[in-house]
Design a protein around this ligand. Structure first.
Ligand code: HEC
Length: 145
């Protein structure tokens, strides 16, 4: 029996490569919103942030701005906090993706930021932290801001 549609091997390869990328992207997008956070690890990782940030009381900044309602919040917008010009003028909205890039390398993602934090190089540590923080800090709407 002969097949009626014949795909050249090159074309098939490209299609396969593309669907692999798509699958990976979907997994990332879903992973960020899914319930299967490694919460213990996420909370532990927030220990790196806690001296400067808290995420459950909007009225309270430490040496860093509060992170309540962070997801969907424009960078540099916590009322009353004195940001660096870099953060205040940044055209960035905090999402799982932008946060991931920022935490992986704060000063590379945002040259001029005054957040003195070493890059978090471990992908799984960042993912756990972001997933945990998404639950704790929530979005501006969820926090009725
Ligand atoms: C040594 C203190 C310090 C530590 C530790 C620290 N931050 Fe920050 N963070 C800051 C400061 C200060 C700013 C404001 C930076 C600016 O204006 O450029 C900031 C800004 C931010 C912002 C932007 C908030 C906004 O309102 O736009 C996010 C998000 C953030 N930090 C998350 C984190 C997370 C998550 C951690 C832990 C992994 C962390 N930070 C660790 C001091 C810190």
């Amino acid at each position: 029996m002969t097949t009626t549609t014949r795909t050249s091997p090159r074309r098939r390869h490209r299609t396969l490569a593309r669907s692999t990328v798509l699958t990976a992207l979907c997994a990332f997008a879903l992973g960020a919103a899914a319930d299967d956070c490694d919460t213990a690890r996420g909370e532990l990782m927030f220990g790196l942030c806690q001296s400067c940030h808290q995420a459950d009381r909007a009225e309270h900044d430490r040496s860093g701005p509060h992170l309540v309602g962070l997801f969907g919040r424009p960078a540099g917008s916590a009322e009353g906090f004195r940001y660096s010009p870099a953060m205040a003028d940044a055209d960035v909205t905090w999402t799982a993706e932008t946060l991931d890039a920022f935490l992986a390398s704060p000063r590379q993602f945002m040259p001029g930021t005054t957040m003195m934090m070493a890059p978090m190089r471990n992908d799984a540590d960042r993912a756990a932290l972001i997933c945990w923080l998404r639950d704790v800090a929530g979005t501006a709407e969820e926090n009725d801001q």
